[in-house]
Design a protein around this ligand. Structure first.
Ligand code: PLP
Length: 426
């Protein structure tokens, strides 16, 4: 059964969420971006170039993979993984960055700024700036600079300048504030590439549209996969029963959810970071534990105290450590089209190790939240049902975090000796 869904309205509102809350100094820049996006979003030459880049630079389409061993061990629904981890630069972020960099070029803006949490958006932005010959400045919370030092070095190698931000919780929220400040000061020559479905209109819609390539590919790939695995039954064009994705700002989730929204028989489940527990005060679950307010240019659910001050967030994964969420998720939660659940640090870490050992895939800690929930959910479902998980990124960037948590220092040669194969030299 398919339904219709048309969001946002002309002013960028998803119900009561979204919109454009920005200082007067940015009104012109935002209007300019809105007009440019409206002009190019259906332009055949723009779309042809976008798809050329996705194919030849990113390596799309990314495969869908049947996690058969995991499914068997869970004993319930079949679990499929959309392999965004195989994209160039290791995550879904590059899809959106290419679209925005193409707009920047058409708008004649030679300088790009971006904010980054896990560093994945920064790396993706630095990558495309190198390819297009654009200047690149990336704002990053100083705590994330420490947690994600390989990505900081990667950005340097790609020619970008990384600016550590020392204020507040020293994570993504503050990096976003700094990037906004830079944009106000340099609006004439600067394009601000936002890495998720947040920010003032048109960002949430534009980022969703660029990331929708994920779900569009799945709608094509899943019926063939399910049929090949004998899972299609009588139905032609069978789609998965459930689609699961982790939600930080919400771009990988919107990218896979959006094309599935009209498919009323497919449940959509977003997984928020429950950190040390939803009632611990140390989490990033903006929908489950937040309330409506305005953050970074749009109205949405956010984690705030009674005075409307944004509260500090926590997650094992830097990419989910954000106090807000894209406004379209707030809307989908309110109308009940998507459901939102929490997965703790410990559950995500367990799923991380499980996927490494069972499928030979090292997932990003962000994506491990979605995997953890899918594993739990699959046990409550029948083996002829299916769950499609957006594996948003690979875990190479996280092995330092995981090693720390396991008490391993892999730059310390004596401590590595215990991990060597027999006869190997440390
Ligand atoms: C950045 C990131 C996320 C979180 O961002 P969304 O906008 O919620 O998708 C999730 N997974 C990976 C691998 C990331 O790099």
């Amino acid at each position: 059964m398919q339904t219709t869904y048309q969001q946002p309205d002309a002013t960028g509102h998803f119900g009561i969420y979204g919109g454009s809350f920005a200082s007067e100094t940015l009104t012109h820049a935002i209007a300019e971006l809105r007009d440019a996006y409206a002009k190019f979003k259906d332009d055949p030459a723009f779309l042809a170039e976008f798809h050329y880049e996705l194919k030849h630079f990113v390596g799309r389409p990314s495969p869908v993979y049947h996690a058969a061993r995991t499914s068997r061990e869970m004993g319930g629904a079949q679990i499929y993984l959309k392999r965004e981890d195989l994209n160039h630069t290791g995550a879904h972020k590059i899809n959106n960055v290419i679209g925005q960099a193409m707009l920047a070029r058409r708008m004649g803006k030679p300088r790009i700024i971006a904010e980054t949490g896990a560093g994945q958006h920064g790396v993706a932005t630095a990558t495309i700036c190198a390819r297009y010959g654009l200047e690149c400045v990336v704002y990053m919370g100083s705590q994330d600079v420490k947690r994600q030092s390989p990505n900081v070095y990667r950005m340097n190698l790609l020619g970008a300048t990384v600016v550590p931000v020392e204020s507040g919780s020293k994570t993504l929220n503050e990096a976003l504030n700094e990037a906004m400040r830079d944009w106000v000061a340099n609006v004439d020559n600067t394009f601000y590439i936002i890495g998720t479905v947040a920010g003032p209109h048109p960002y949430p819609t534009m980022v969703r549209d660029f990331q929708s390539v994920i779900g569009i590919e799945c709608i094509d790939q899943m019926p063939a996969m399910l049929a090949a695995d004998g899972m299609a039954g009588e139905a032609e064009g069978k789609q998965p029963d459930v689609v699961v994705a982790c939600v930080g700002g919400g771009s990988n989730a919107m990218g896979i959810f959006y094309p599935y929204i009209p498919f009323a028989n497919t449940r959509l489940i977003g997984v928020e970071a429950a950190g040390e527990g939803l009632d611990s005060g140390k989490h990033s679950a903006s929908i489950l534990r937040g309330s409506p307010g305005v953050l970074h240019g749009n109205r949405t659910y956010l984690l705030q105290n009674e005075d409307g001050q944004v509260t500090e967030t926590h997650s094992i994964s830097a990419g989910l450590d954000y106090p807000g969420v894209g406004p379209e998720h707030a809307f989908l939660a309110d109308i009940g089209r998507a459901e939102y659940v929490g997965v703790t640090d410990a559950e995500a870490l367990e799923a991380f190790h499980y996927l490494c050992r069972t499928e030979g895939i090292i997932p990003a800690l962000e994506s491990a939240h979605a995997v953890a929930y899918a594993m739990k959910l699959s046990k409550t479902m029948r083996s002829d049902q299916s769950i499609l998980v957006n594996l948003s990124g690979r875990g190479d960037k996280d092995i330092g975090t995981v090693a720390d948590l396991s008490g391993v220092d892999f730059y310390d040669r004596p401590s590595m000796r215990g991990l060597q194969v027999k006869g190997g030299k440390a």
